[in-house]
Structure formats: C-alpha cells, structure tokens
Design a protein around this ligand. Structure first.
Ligand code: URA
Length: 283
C-alpha cells in the first residue's frame, strides 16, 4: 500500500492531562504539522497485542449507556412516531435497527426523536463516505456547520481532519467512512450526554456492521468510550490496539481539540501512522 518508511518521534514527550471534547471556540490553523524531528526506525515493531475492552457489565460508561438508552426512552419528547415505534422498548429498538439496510437506517436516523437532540437539530447527520471503506472514523457529534449541511466534519475541525487523512495518504470518501457518536447536534456544541450517546449507539453499531471496516479510529473521548464501553483518557489509551467486535480500534485526539492544542498534532499524526501500520500488517 505504498507505505513510506516507518517513523517514530525521537522523544516521547509528556502526556497531556486533559482532552476536552467540546468543539466550539477553535483556534485558527487547520494545517497538520510536518512530522517534527523524526528518525527512521530500523525495523518494524511487531504488531502490538490487542487490548481487550473491559467487561461492559463492570464499567461505568457501559452501564451509563444502557441506563442512557432507558432514560432517553423515558424522557423522549412527544413526536409524531408510528404507534409501533412509540411502543418500542430500547432493546426492541436496538434489535430492529440491527436489521436495517443503509436506506432504512438513514431514514430512521432522520426520523429519530429518541432524545432531546432530535428536537434541536436542523437535520440529522448520519455519516458520509465509502460504504465499503476499510477505514472508519468516528467523531463526537455534528457542530453548527454539520447540522446545516448534513455532513460530518465540514467545519474547521473537518478541514483539519481532511489534512490528517491526507498526511497518511487518505481522502474523505475514498476507502474512508466518517460517522459520529451522536447524529444530531448537541446545543452549543456541548459534549453529548450518556443518555444521548446510549440512544444513538444502535445507529453507530449498525453503521459499523454495514461498513465492516478493517480499522476504526475513535476521534476523542466520547467516541472512544462509546465504542469501548468503558472510561478512558485519550492520552493514556493512544498507541494501543483495541478491538471493537473483532475490528482493530485506535484512539486519537479529536480534531477540534487539536485546533485548541496544536502541540498535540504530532501525536495525532503518530496515532494515524500506527493505525496505518496495523492496516499494512492486516490486523
Ligand atoms: N466534530 C465532530 O465530532 N463531528 C463532526 O461532524 C464535526 C465536529
């Protein structure tokens, strides 16, 4: 796949201490840095072992997501849904969504009123790209621009994401599918709540099942936690190979975070190179 020599950063640097998820108030530059002070590694590191997700029943986010689904169902605003839909409990709904094809899935997302985000959106933003992609990226949730255009990552963070993809020889829509953890814009771009993520998770799960990517990249903490079903910090989890239902999963910083913290762009680039190595190794 035309991989350049493998590179690693000369010094590991210090970990960041936080990885805010909000997508507003970003700094101006959307350019990815050139790889800083690099040296070629003499040999390819062997494929790292998979870090198994914690048992969901023992983990707070998984419990929160389950509770989230139920809370969302309880707090669902009145909406013109069919009688059959209104009678659906969260498990029935998740099972029904798990059977949908692409058209039905997108129609369901557009009609969704499972949580409060459904009443504030201009439109839902299901996802974009190659439906048979080997690479699948998962963000947090639509922002203002995405809500207006109906496509993920079309604002300033999206331009940075495109640059990040370009830095490893990828392009939006070509062997890449992009989705979000929640499909509707949270008010003021706040971080989606557990109930909202829980209500939306069946959609993401079905998208992943339909795309069947070879690798998943979680952009930021909400996406990583939703997919892994447990609490993580990006700074601690990056550089590891996780698995989501047998698919390799790599976590990295959210582009909006990188706009505010450009000193971490090189780390994000490292994470993408790591993902590319996993792909090249067929893992
Ligand atoms: N941030 C996200 O997480 N997703 C988008 O689509 C846009 C910004």
């Amino acid at each position: 796949m035309g991989l350049a020599p493998l590179w690693r950063l000369r010094d590991g640097g210090t970990e960041d201490v936080s990885e805010p998820a909000a997508t507003s108030g970003v700094a101006p530059s959307a350019a990815m840095p050139r790889p800083p002070r690099l040296e070629a590694s003499a040999s390819r590191a062997s494929t790292p072992p998979i870090v198994a997700p914690a048992a969901p029943s023992a983990s707070r986010p998984a419990t929160q997501l389950r509770q989230g689904r139920e809370e969302a169902a309880a707090a669902r605003p009145a909406a013109p849904l069919s009688d059959a839909r209104q009678a659906e409990n969260p498990d029935m709904r998740a099972r029904r969504i798990a059977t949908l094809d692409w058209d039905a899935l997108e129609a369901d997302i557009h009609a969704c009123r499972q949580c409060v985000l459904g009443s504030g959106r201009t439109q839902a933003v299901p996802g974009v790209g190659d439906r048979e992609a080997r690479w699948m990226l998962v963000g947090e949730g639509p922002g203002k621009e995405e809500d207006r255009k109906g496509e993920p990552f079309v604002g300033q963070a999206g331009r940075l994401l495109d640059n990040m993809l370009g830095s490893i020889g990828l392009r939006r829509g070509e062997d890449v599918y992009i989705a979000n953890t929640v499909k509707c814009r949270p008010p003021h771009n706040r971080t989606p709540e557990a109930a909202e993520i829980g209500a939306c998770l069946p959609y993401l799960e079905r998208q992943i099942e339909l795309v069947r990517p070879q690798i998943l990249i979680a952009l930021g903490r909400p996406a990583a936690q939703a997919l892994l079903g447990r609490e993580i910090r990006i700074a601690a989890a990056r550089g590891q190979r996780f698995a989501y239902r047998g698919i390799s999963l790599v976590v990295t910083y959210h582009p909006a975070y990188l706009l505010r913290n450009p000193q971490d762009k090189a780390r994000a680039w490292e994470d993408l190179c790591f993902a590319r190595r996993l792909m090249a190794a067929g893992d």
